[in-house]
Design a protein around this ligand. Structure first.
Ligand SMILES: CC(C)(COP(=O)(O)OP(=O)(O)OC[C@H]1O[C@@H](n2cnc3c(N)ncnc32)[C@H](O)[C@@H]1OP(=O)(O)O)[C@@H](O)C(=O)NCCC(=O)NCCS
Length: 340
């Protein structure tokens, strides 16, 4: 298989990356479609029509227009000019999400996806991606395929998998606060970095839930929930801020969205920082334009770290709930409440 990049210049959105051969003899053209690419919009829309919300919304928009600094690469393997296999990598600042892995049923088991993924992995390295995350079923056939390309479970026996360009650079400890951290509105290009931080187990001392707005108690996939959150930001009053470290990672966030529980019209606050970045809590809360309605914030009862920042913006501790057994220790949740 020829995989050497035959790049056609920076302005080309369709980059032919090489050729492979199916076990049934057909030639497989391997390429990246760098979105947005009007020439490929129709074909990719059709090829990925099985993807439902919230992914369909991202695919549609990425094909149509630039999404701030998010780079979306649709890798395709084509027979006679028609795509038969596909994988997408989207991300920024070195962090990427890998997804939408699919081979047309009648072309399966002929080596199409394996050859496409080999080419795609080589390309994402060249593009500067250093960390990728994906979601699959633990121990499934695709899990084995991803393992063969260096992906590993983010936590034991998890279908959340990560890949590091530098093996051994797994985050054993929280990133050290170094250099400037910027707080700004969440953007499309935070997708990869947020998925990466939430795929991994919490560091010692991190309160839980780590992200109630994204549906993550300790760790898990934020792939879909972050896209849903971006969609919610069209609602008047919904807000989302992230703290970006000097290395491009996301080290804190503050989202204010409608609560999935009906709590007297209260909205949900999701506030979190990695250990060492507690000094950002006040700045994150300071960005929020507080609504004329109640706001609830659930967090570990023993998370004293929130005390002064929360009271400074008008929250009180209104309930402590027993949240059950977690790994042998009983957890309790505090509900912080702010009246509108
Ligand atoms: C997963 C999928 C993309 C594989 O595509 P493909 O073009 O058939 O894959 P390949 O022929 O290149 O096979 C890749 C590897 O997977 C193995 N494989 C493929 N299908 C398999 C199956 N049904 N059972 C066991 N192994 C299988 C192959 O033996 C090969 O391993 P090898 O490199 O060690 O020989 C395809 O089955 C598919 O589209 N499935 C439905 C969508 C899906 O599950 N996507 C993944 C979501 S996480």
């Amino acid at each position: 298989m020829a995989t050497s990049a035959q790049k056609e210049g920076p302005r080309d959105m369709y980059r032919r990356l090489g050729y492979g051969k199916l076990t049934s003899g057909e030639s497989l053209e391997l390429a990246a479609v760098d979105a947005p690419d009007p020439d490929w919009t129709g074909r990719l829309r059709l090829f990925l029509r099985h993807k439902g919300d919230p992914y369909a919304g991202h695919i549609e928009r990425a094909l149509d227009q630039p999404l701030d600094d998010l780079r979306t690469h649709f890798y395709v393997g084509c027979v006679d000019g028609e795509p038969i296999t596909h994988v997408m990598v989207a991300g920024a600042r070195g962090f990427g999400v890998l997804g939408h892995v699919y081979t047309v049923p009648e072309w399966r088991r002929r080596g199409a996806f394996g050859q496409l993924m080999a080419t795609q992995m080589e390309d994402v390295r060249a593009l500067g991606f250093t960390r990728l995350t994906l979601s699959t079923g633990y121990g499934s056939m695709p899990y084995e395929v991803y393992s063969s390309f260096g992906f590993r479970s983010a936590v034991p026996e998890s279908g959340q998998m990560c890949w590091f360009a530098e093996p051994g650079s797994e985050p054993a400890a929280a990133p050290a606060p170094a250099g400037d951290t910027s707080i700004r509105r969440a953007r499309w290009d935070d997708w990869g970095a947020l998925c990466f931080v939430l795929a991994h187990a919490p560091h010692a001392g991190e309160p839980a839930p780590r992200s109630s707005a994204l549906g993550i108690d300790e760790c898990g996939s934020a792939e879909g929930s972050f896209l849903r959150l971006l969609g919610q930001l069209d609602l008047a009053g919904a807000q989302s801020y992230v703290a970006e470290s000097s290395a491009g990672g996301v080290v804190g966030w503050c989202h204010l969205v409608p609560s999935p529980l009906t709590l007297g019209g209260a909205w949900l606050l999701d506030l979190h920082v990695l250990p060492g970045f507690e000094g950002l809590l006040g700045d994150l809360l300071g960005r929020v334009d507080w609504p004329q309605r109640p706001v609830v914030f659930p967090t570990s009862a023993d998370a004293d770290v929130y005390e002064s920042a929360m009271t400074a913006v008008g929250f009180t501790k209104s309930a402590v709930l027993p949240a059950g057994d977690h790994g042998g220790s009983t957890r309790r949740l505090t509900l912080w409440w702010r009246t509108g």
